[in-house]
Design a protein around this ligand. Structure first.
Ligand code: NDP
Ligand code: GDR
Length: 373
């Protein structure tokens, strides 16, 4: 039975990857951080009681900032594959916590690679690094391929650039089977609530049910190549099954604006929107309602405004990936379109919003946080 160790197992990708590896018969070990409240909601459904006989899914406390902890865990588990998905993964937050982001996202990757080498597992343990399209930042060519030069635009992207190159370096220096997946944005109903797609689907579902007054957004002209996390974790696994280690762009090859994603979400809720004004004065107003999914709204309501608080000190305006290499060499192709993914996310967020709306109707407190980034 193959053994995998996943950092970031409690995150969006970690949870889907754990499911996939368990389906494939792996023994899966995940690293979770100690938190004052439960933070394992995304993997609770696959958690097996540690007291049951030989559980195939195990979680260990750990942190990418803790060298001795990581080294001990790798020594104990002796994994065939390590997936380094753990990170302070929010670009805007990285401007507020640049040093922490560098420690976890850059040096954390080095700590893992060094632990594997120090334990003499460098010819045995395969390594996947969660690299990112944010490396392209101020883009030098479109679409972006594995050969497009990098120009990172945030402390997050700069930290991930170190992680990218240290992964390449351990491959070249020590012959490790180490791969970078240069993943473009990927989303799902499990996406963190402060990333733009989930902020929109959750926010508009709440507004439709009368739980929030309005969505406050940053740069809605930003263009992204959005895929579904389920498709992308499949490729993370495929990269480590190849004959030779390599780096791959994982993307859909299609690009949309944040504004288009807002329009799609509204359409899924049976709402037609009209955008008026420019810059920080742009607003989105309801012009028609064609379903019963938005009982709290009426024509003329303003559901989106711009708040400069969500602008970033340096923005990545446009990203569009070319996944040809992944298709040609590994036979990978995305199966879920961005629009289908949006529909799935809206449906999931609407179920929760309706539940909260019912609670509110019966005079109960509704746990809706509108804090976002
Ligand atoms: P999430 O933010 O959903 O998950 C991040 C995970 O990292 C969580 O499990 C989090 O734990 C964990 N983590 C955070 N800090 C630490 C730390 N100090 N030590 C150990 N673990 C830590 O991210 P995604 O699942 O979306 O992304 C997975 C990886 O892929 C990340 O590295 C991200 O940067 C990268 N990436 C993501 C893309 C995307 O579009 N989703 C695109 C390209 C790259 P906790 O639950 O406790 O917060
Ligand atoms: P990104 O994702 O920065 O690309 O990083 P995010 O969803 O946060 O932003 C995408 C684009 O939308 C614009 N935007 C807003 N973003 C947020 N979060 N909140 C807003 O209110 C808002 N308004 C507009 C942003 O400015 C940006 O242009 C994600 C993360 O998953 C990284 O870990 C990963 O490496 C990259 O994707 C690829």
């Amino acid at each position: 039975m193959k053994k995998a160790l996943i950092t970031g197992v409690t995150g969006q990708d970690g949870s889907y990857l754990a499911e996939l590896l368990l389906e494939k018969g792996y023994e899966v070990h995940g690293i979770k951080r100690r938190a004052s409240l439960f933070n394992t909601q995304r993997v609770d459904h696959i958690f097996q009681d540690v007291h049951s006989e030989k559980p195939r899914f195990r979680m260990h406390y750990g942190d990418l900032s803790d060298t001795s902890n990581l080294t001990r865990l790798i020594a104990e588990v002796r994994p065939d594959e390590v997936y380094n998905l753990g990170a302070q993964s929010h670009v805007a937050v990285s401007f507020e916590a640049p040093e922490y982001t560098a420690d976890v996202d850059a040096i954390g990757t080095l700590r893992l690679l060094e632990a594997i080498r120090f334990l003499g597992l460098e010819k045995q343990t395969r390594f996947y690094q969660a690299s990112t399209s944010e490396l392209y930042g101020l883009v030098q060519e479109t679409p972006q391929t594995e050969k497009t030069p990098f120009h990172p635009r945030s402390p997050y992207a700069v930290a991930k650039m170190y992680a990218y190159w240290i992964t390449v370096n351990y491959r070249e220096a020590y012959g490790m089977f180490a791969c970078n997946g240069i993943l473009f944005n990927h989303e799902s109903p499990r996406r963190g609530e402060t990333f733009v797609t989930r902020k929109i689907t959750r926010g508009l579902a709440n507004i439709a049910q009368g739980l929030e007054p309005c969505l406050f957004m940053g740069n809605i002209d930003a263009l992204r190549d959005w895929g579904h996390a389920k498709d992308y974790v499949r490729m993370q696994w495929m990269m480590l099954q190849g004959d030779t280690p390599d780096d791959y762009v994982i993307a859909t090859g299609k690009q949309y604006s944040v504004r288009e994603f807002i329009i799609w979400t509204a359409e899924e809720l049976g709402i037609t929107l009209k955008f008026t004004g420019t810059g920080v004065d742009e607003i989105a107003t309801v012009t028609a309602i064609t379903s019963n999914k938005a009982p709290a709204l009426k024509v003329g309501d303003v559901v989106m405004r711009i708040d400069p608080r969500y602008f970033r000190p340096a923005e990545v305006e446009t990203l569009l990936g070319d996944p040809s290499k992944a298709k040609e060499k590994l036979g990978w192709e995305p199966q879920i379109t961005a629009r289908e993914m949006c529909a799935e996310m809206v449906e999931a967020d609407l179920i929760v919003a309706r539940r909260h709306s019912l609670l509110k109707e019966h005079g109960m407190e509704v746990p809706v946080s509108t804090e976002a980034s």
